[in-house]
Ligand binder design. Structure first.
Ligand code: ZN
Length: 132
């Protein structure tokens, strides 16, 4: 992997976690709790086909979450009920609070897959020159 390639991955993921467009880093991914269709700055369509990000969502989001719930439910909750309930409530709050950031990371991963395996039917806008 070349340095520019790993730099692109890091940059896109950071932008996704900050709920910004993975391509230009300027446009917003969400308006409130709803996901925007395209970037208002560079025009990147975030999810060209609904369902394209499901693999990233399942692997990066649902599986770790399910593992934590199972660990708390079958581990802590069985032996320390109050502590287990508190952990579940804290986990639920964290999950809801960070949901847009995790969705942003999923969109960024999907964007990276589109950069590395380009599809002529799914064009990515030209490299974005940030207006400094
Ligand atoms: Zn953009």
């Amino acid at each position: 992997m070349t340095p520019t390639r790993s730099k692109l991955i890091g940059t896109a993921l950071r932008r996704g976690l900050r709920k910004r467009c993975p391509h230009c880093g300027e446009g917003r991914l969400f308006s409130g709790w709803s996901q925007l269709e395209r970037c208002s700055i560079c025009g990147l369509v975030f999810v060209p086909n609904p369902g394209d990000t499901w693999a990233f969502t399942i692997i990066g989001d649902r599986l770790p979450l399910a593992a934590m719930i199972v660990l708390i439910y079958f581990g802590v909750l069985r032996s320390h009920q109050v502590l287990g309930l508190i952990m579940l409530v804290v986990l639920a709050a964290l999950v809801i609070w960070t949901a847009p950031n995790r969705w942003g990371a999923g969109i960024a991963l999907h964007y990276l897959s589109r950069v590395y395996w380009p599809d002529p039917a799914d064009p990515i806008p030209p490299p974005f020159a940030s207006p400094c």
